[in-house]
Design a protein around this ligand. Structure first.
Ligand SMILES: C[S@@+](CC[C@H](N)C(=O)[O-])C[C@H]1O[C@@H](n2cnc3c(N)ncnc32)[C@H](O)[C@@H]1O
Length: 210
């Protein structure tokens, strides 16, 4: 079972946060399709990256837990965080070897420095506004002991992707316009490996600057 973390101060006063959380709960029914589209790419990319399976992994914006599960299949100890309860319910049901926690990423500063080896995030960043995106990356760099692993859009998608992202919210065009090199430098991350993925996706493997 997952539980509401005791530190969590769900910012119900923050209308944008609440709107986004409600959106993801409402579209939970569509996640089986998203899983089918993304999971094979996650598996392939992790196999190619060959991170030591002794490394612990914290997966931010885990959704239904497919990136977390792809790590767990390889032998990593993994925890997934998300604020959308319906997605986490599916994650818990389908991936019993992974720990999940209902958690608002606005509270990442409550997690200790260097407390996980790897901090990962799959298709989280493009949905956040610029300031929050940079805050999440900065916090990921602080929490991660060895790597920050990011999957997201690396280039503009086709008409279907653009339509889906238009429904999700307003931040996708800004995410594509902004430079990942600048995002990473501001967060204190150095890019070690970049991998284009099927469709318009990409993977970035970064290390925190010491
Ligand atoms: C596009 S989904 C990706 C889900 C999953 N990582 C995957 O690859 O299938 C983005 C996820 O980020 C989560 N998310 C967005 N903002 C969040 C926040 N402030 N706190 C916690 N989770 C958040 C959403 O609930 C959603 O599950």
């Amino acid at each position: 079972m997952f539980h509401l973390n005791s530190n969590s101060s769900f910012r119900s006063s923050d209308a944008a946060d609440e709107k986004s959380r409600r959106f993801f709960n409402r579209v939970a029914f569509a996640f089986p399709l998203i899983e089918r589209a993304l999971l094979p790419g996650y598996r392939q990319a992790l196999a190619a990256t060959r991170l030591d399976t002794a490394l612990t992994v914290l997966d931010l914006g885990t959704g239904t837990g497919i990136l977390a599960a792809a790590f767990a299949e390889r032998g990593h100890v993994v925890k997934g965080l998300d604020f959308a309860q319906r997605l986490l319910q599916r994650a818990v049901r389908r991936h019993p070897t992974v720990a999940f926690e209902l958690f608002n990423l606005a509270d990442l500063d409550s997690l200790p420095t260097n407390s996980w080896d790897v901090v990962s995030m799959g298709y989280l960043l493009h949905g956040l506004d610029r300031d929050f995106r940079q805050a999440v990356l900065r916090e990921a760099a602080r929490i991660a002991n060895s790597h920050v692993l990011i999957f997201d859009y690396g280039e503009p998608g086709n008409a279907l992707v653009r339509f889906i992202e238009w429904i999700e919210g307003p931040h996708y065009p800004e995410f594509l316009r902004d430079s990942r090199a600048i995002d990473f430098a501001r967060a204190g991350l150095t890019l070690r490996h970049h991998r284009p993925m099927r469709g318009s996706g990409a993977m970035w493997l970064c290390v925190p600057d010491s």
